[in-house]
Design a protein around this ligand. Structure first.
Ligand code: CAA
Length: 302
């Protein structure tokens, strides 16, 4: 696996993080979240290296970033298309792509992981990169539901490890949850908080508890919408319309389930339910188990 091909060079340090200010960011994972974070970091003057296992994936990530930037400049530079084009080129210049995580982390002030939600895979990745990264590089995970403490446990930098949880679509969603474990140092936590602000986001401080703040509220809400429908209390369309028009949510719960991804929602709820099987908030849904929530939702937009 390309993440792990680099030779161990413990002690080699070229990250020069000064006063805890994060400038150089290595992001592992070129999916929707990783690419979105890379875009926002590059747009706010950070130097970004986006890492994934293949050139093909990274080319797609770059294309996605370019497409999203076009949407951003359409609004931001409505009257100045040339300035908009220049902005896009400048942002893209701030993003390098690589399949060599070990090499990419050498100059990183921050290593941010946004890969598959699998504890073992995350632990292996961080454990390996802990051997390669400069001692002062801060490590963070964008996990939506796994304990940061468990991920950090695979490294020897428990004080320089935290959570940075972004929301989809990253360029539009203003929040970042900054998660500190019992061993995250205040200095690290402040760096992550200030980095979030430097991205133009609003950070909130979270404890390392399941789902932090947003998902702990949002996922049980989506699950109850599914169970409400399963109990015959409303059609999917009506439930979505009700929450959009009655509660002012931009998307109804079914549409949001689709948007977040059914596998992701199922992964989160199954993980919590395994740890707390009698909690009714974590009860399963047949619809979700069969991954049959959506499609219909496209019809009830707007
Ligand atoms: N990049 C850049 N711009 C984007 C974009 C993207 N990826 N997605 C949307 N936009 C822009 C559009 O260009 C558009 O701009 P204008 O207003 O200038 O036209 C604007 O956002 C609105 O987009 P649309 O008209 O296409 O659609 P919309 O009005 O429905 O907004 C939305 C889209 C911002 C996604 C909105 O529906 C929304 O906020 N939905 C809720 C999303 C949400 O709850 N996300 C959190 C999910 S939970 C999570 O992520 C955590 C987890 O761990 C699971």
């Amino acid at each position: 696996m390309a993440f792990f091909t680099h030779q161990i060079r413990r002690g080699f340090s070229s990250s020069i993080i000064k006063n805890g200010v994060i400038k150089n960011v290595t992001i592992i994972g070129g999916g929707q979240m990783g690419a979105g974070i890379a875009q926002v970091a590059a747009s706010t003057g950070h130097t970004v290296t986006l890492v994934d296992t293949s050139e093909d994936i990274l080319k797609k990530s770059r294309k996605g970033i370019e497409g999203s930037l076009k949407r951003v400049v359409k609004k931001k530079f409505a009257d100045k298309p040339e300035a908009g084009e220049e902005f896009i080129q400048n942002v893209l210049q701030n993003v390098s792509i690589s399949t060599d995580a070990g090499a990419s982390v050498q100059a990183a002030d921050l290593l941010l992981e946004a890969i598959v939600e699998n504890l073992k895979v995350k632990q292996d990745l961080f454990g390996h990169l802990d051997e390669l990264a400069p001692a002062n590089t801060i490590f963070a995970s964008n996990t939506s539901s796994l304990p940061i403490t468990d991920i950090a446990g695979s490294t020897s930098r428990l004080d320089r490890f935290g959570g940075l949880h972004f929301f989809n679509p990253v360029p539009m969603m203003k929040l970042v949850e900054v998660v500190g474990t019992s061993t995250t140092s205040q200095e690290t936590f402040d760096s992550l908080l200030n980095f979030s602000k430097a991205l133009g986001k609003t950070p909130v401080s979270c404890k390392d508890t399941p789902g932090f703040i947003v998902n702990r509220l949002l996922v049980p809400y989506m699950m109850e919408a599914l169970r409400l429908h399963e109990r015959g209390h409303g059609s999917k369309e009506d439930i979505d319309i009700a929450m959009k028009l009655g509660a002012g949510y931009p998307m109804g719960p079914f549409e949001l389930c689709d948007y977040v991804g059914l596998d992701t929602v199922k992964f989160i709820i199954d993980g919590w339910s395994a740890k707390d099987p009698h909690n009714p908030l974590f009860a399963s849904s047949e619809l979700l188990n069969k991954r049959r929530v959506l499609q219909v939702q496209v019809m009830c937009r707007g």
